[in-house]
Design a protein around this ligand. Sequence first.
Ligand SMILES: [Zn+2]
Length: 186
Amino acid sequence: MNPIRIPGLALLVVSVLLGFPAQGLVGAQPAGSAGTAALAHDDIAKAPECPICGMDREKFAHSRVFVTYEDGTVYGTCSLHCAAIDLAVRLGLAPVSIEVGDYDGRHLIDAESASWVVGGSLPGVMTRRAKWAFETPEAAQAFIQQHGGESTDFDAVLKAAFEDMYEDNRMIRQRRKQMQRQKDGG
Ligand SMILES: [Zn+2]
């Protein structure tokens, strides 16, 4: 009879019906039929939360990454930082495609042919040194003119993600500790 409980229950029922995992257990889901990526945010329906950090991938659509491995496993993360962690863990499986959210349009683009920007004045997602992907070199240049950063390719940006791993993980742990302290302190 409590009206507050009804939306929660309805949401739960909807998520169960749609087969969404309650908590980031998307790693083992098979890839859908070819061409599903053409649907605007279909990958977010498949992987609503980043399995590494739990962040909402719709909210971070502009930095999200979606990897399809050779055995059909798909893996959706909030950022290149979290995707790099999975790529390192699954060394035995080759990725057949790595897609990333276009910073401007939020649609998925091929990460390997994207124009990447490293750094700049905007805070990165799960990283101190931001890493953004753009569909065209012109869009990347327009971003750099406004926010700074350096234009680069996928190999270099992936290398940067691994280089930043130590500092970024340290920063994330510290932030979590602070948030916990604030919560505990009221
Ligand atoms: Zn993440």
